[in-house]
Each structure stands twice: as C-alpha cells, then as structure tokens.
Ligand binder design. Structure first.
Ligand code: ZN
Ligand code: ZN
Ligand code: ZN
Length: 124
C-alpha cells in the first residue's frame, strides 16, 4: 500500500524493472535504480483491475479516466500531511483594494507658490 498518495486509483508498471507501483516515490524507496523514463506508461486500474496503456505525451482530459470502467484515476493527490493552501484569491483582492485606496485622489492640494499679493509688493 502506497503511503505517498493515499487515494491512488491506479498502479503504474515501471518500465525498468516491470514491477507495479502506486507512485514514483514507491519505486524510489524499494528499488536502488532510478525509474526509467518512458513515453508510454502502463497503468492498472485499482477499481476494475484491468490494465491499459497511456501515451504520457498526449495526455488529455479524457485520458484521466480508466478506459474500462471510467474510473477517474487522475486525482489531486491526497498526501498524509496536508499542505496549507495559500489564499491567493484573497491576497490579490486585498492588494487591489490597497492600490485603489492609494490611487484615489484626496482632494487637490492648495497651491501656495503663486501668491498674487506677494508679487504685487515686489513690484512696489
Ligand atoms: Zn525500476
Ligand atoms: Zn508511493
Ligand atoms: Zn477501471
């Protein structure tokens, strides 16, 4: 049982040692050699126990489903330690609001450089 992806829906057959693993990390932990990279992966659906091949280069949304039982096997991985999500949406909202606040003109500053009475005094 894979301890990296708790909701693994498929097993993947490693092209190097032809063994079944739930994820790449499982292969790394149990084998001493690196996982051989391949463009065509062999999967085994955990639901219907059937095997199928997928071209990893042309992986589309429809390829996220088992061709035998339509089991959606490409899932957002559930890892044992939950990672805190950065609330990007809210942060963006806040910064936009702050920017708007700064950009808003707070009334025109009074111009005191030009004072007609001073000029009049200089001219005598
Ligand atoms: Zn291997
Ligand atoms: Zn694993
Ligand atoms: Zn299936």
């Amino acid at each position: 049982m894979c301890k990296h992806i708790l909701n693994a829906q498929v097993s993947v057959r490693s092209p190097c040692c032809k063994k079944w693993f739930d994820c790449v990390e499982c292969h790394q932990e149990s084998e001493s050699h690196p996982l051989k990279e391949t463009l065509e992966m062999v999967f085994a659906c955990k639901k219907c126990k059937k095997c199928f091949r997928k071209d990893v280069q042309e992986f589309e949304e429809a390829d996220e489903y088992c061709p035998h039982c339509d089991n959606h096997f490409v899932l957002e991985a559930k890892t044992p330690t939950p990672v805190l999500k950065v609330e990007g949406e809210d942060a963006r909202m806040d910064s936009r609001m702050l920017r708007d606040e700064r950009a808003k003109p707070k009334g025109k500053p009074q111009r005191t450089v030009f004072d007609p009475e001073d000029d009049a005094d200089k001219l005598g």
